[in-house]
Design a protein around this ligand. Sequence first.
Ligand code: HEM
Length: 287
Amino acid sequence: MSPKGDYAAVKKDIASILDKPDYDDGSLGPIFVRLAWHASGTYDKKTRTGGSNGATMRFDPEVADGANAGLEHARAFLEPIKQKHPWISYADLWTLAGATAIEEMGGPTINWKPGRSDKDPKKLTAHDVPPNGRLPDAALGQDHVRQIFYRMGFDDREIVALVGAHALGRCHADRSGYEGPWTHTPTRFSNQYFKLLTGLTWRKKEWDGPVQYTDEDDELMMLPADMAVIRDPEFAKIAKEYAQDKDVFFKDFAAAFEKLIDLGVPRGDDKGNAPVAPNQKKAGAKL
Ligand code: HEM
């Protein structure tokens, strides 16, 4: 067991399990990024509910949300690390795994901060776990994407930057119903997603599955929600900028991802006041 608080030791162990030749494209990195994102992306800024704090994806109804299908594998892959470092919370472990994966796959440095605690299953109330339906529906377009991410507190630029994570990994028919990778380099963090989205011609895939888009060679894919990123003029402007400038994308992505994994995490304020739990009403604050 590592000494309590030795996050560098945990990070090292996460990095050491990423390479997995017999899994998908040879890396657990992409699914760890998706785990960190789905644990965090339930946040609702108005009610200050959801988010990565609490590691509520262990519980109903969140654990059974169709949008989280497949993430049980990511959680299981991390279990030996939790056993080795039992002092770390699942909430910190899942977000640290996402941040570490991004860095190890060649992405920007993510300023990950500890401080999340796990909800005690024995003290769980009905309000502690976010309802299903807070994560985006891949079948829908820009209005839906904006609605979901504005609810978390993101703006258009942050939305486009975050979706650039689809440079990584792939869709699995037995998880989401969709199939295939977005890029030829799904274990390498890059701005390829934007290059391909803005540079190739995408047409509806002819198959017996949900509507998704395919390139001329029928090797890559885009979801309807990805197509929103070039169909919406505001989003498209930003996507073209990221396609041309990798450094700007890396900088914006790092900032947006740090914000994402911190949603709902009680941090106190810079005046030294005590942290406020996300679902607690701040004294004097109007919700
Ligand atoms: C409009 C927003 C989004 C939609 C509709 C969406 C939808 C999806 C879907 C349907 C999959 C396939 C799941 C599977 O079959 O295994 C997926 C995978 C993935 N998503 Fe997203 N996503 C969105 C935003 C994001 C964001 C913000 C991130 C991270 C910052 C992200 C990271 C990933 C990664 C890394 C994978 C690959 C997972 C793997 O290879 O197992 N996505 N996404």
